[in-house]
Design a protein around this ligand. Structure first.
Ligand SMILES: CC(C)(COP(=O)(O)OP(=O)(O)OC[C@H]1O[C@@H](n2cnc3c(N)ncnc32)[C@H](O)[C@@H]1OP(=O)(O)O)[C@@H](O)C(=O)NCCC(=O)NCCS
Length: 153
């Protein structure tokens, strides 16, 4: 298994992974058009030429980026792949000179295990809520905001 930056040819599989879990209310659905526009943000885990997991890093503001659209295919969960993808995205944030990474998640337990701590959603920049406003569950979606400091400034 290796983690690499995504290619345009991965979009179909990323779409499948995200929307499969979105249908169960575990994360927000993403249209294909948005995935093409944002493909540079994505990393994927590949095993035997098959993409089995994905995640994206979106820069939000000075010193702050978001881990989003994190999914591991059902049959490969619980094997350390999700944490490896997040680690890859954190290293990328560090390379960009970003000191803090956050996530909005229905799975706070996972993020806590890998070093994130719960923060008040109101402490995140307003810009972060742009996507939330489009969501049918807004404003009571039940997602938890979690943050991790990855480098001192
Ligand atoms: C949440 C998800 C990305 C985690 O990926 P994963 O590969 O299954 O997780 P890992 O195997 O890397 O787990 C890392 C650690 O987190 C823990 N963990 C995983 N999911 C957890 C959960 N829901 N609650 C608490 N701890 C969890 C694991 O036990 C492991 O701990 P350990 O290192 O002490 O053994 C994956 O289960 C998934 O895709 N779920 C469906 C989609 C989803 O909910 N995405 C939301 C993320 S925003």
């Amino acid at each position: 298994m290796r983690i690499r930056q995504a290619k345009v040819s991965d979009v179909g599989r990323i779409h499948e992974l995200i929307n499969e879990h979105a249908a169960q209310g575990k994360l927000l659905p993403r249209p294909l058009s948005e995935l093409y526009e944002k493909i540079q943000m994505f990393a994927v885990a590949e095993e035997k030429d098959r993409v089995i997991a994905c995640g994206a890093l979106q820069v939000s503001w000075e010193d702050l980026a978001e881990v989003r659209s994190l999914v591991v295919s059902k049959e490969r969960q619980g094997k350390g792949i999700g944490s490896k993808i997040v680690r890859h995205l954190e290293l990328q944030a560090k390379r960009l000179g970003i000191g803090r990474v956050f996530a909005l998640s229905f799975r706070p337990g996972f993020f806590k295990t890998i070093g994130y701590r719960v923060v008040k959603r109101e402490t995140l920049p307003h810009k972060v809520w742009r996507d939330c406003v489009r969501c049918p569950l807004f404003p009571d979606c039940g997602e938890t905001a979690l943050m991790k400091r990855i480098a001192g400034r």
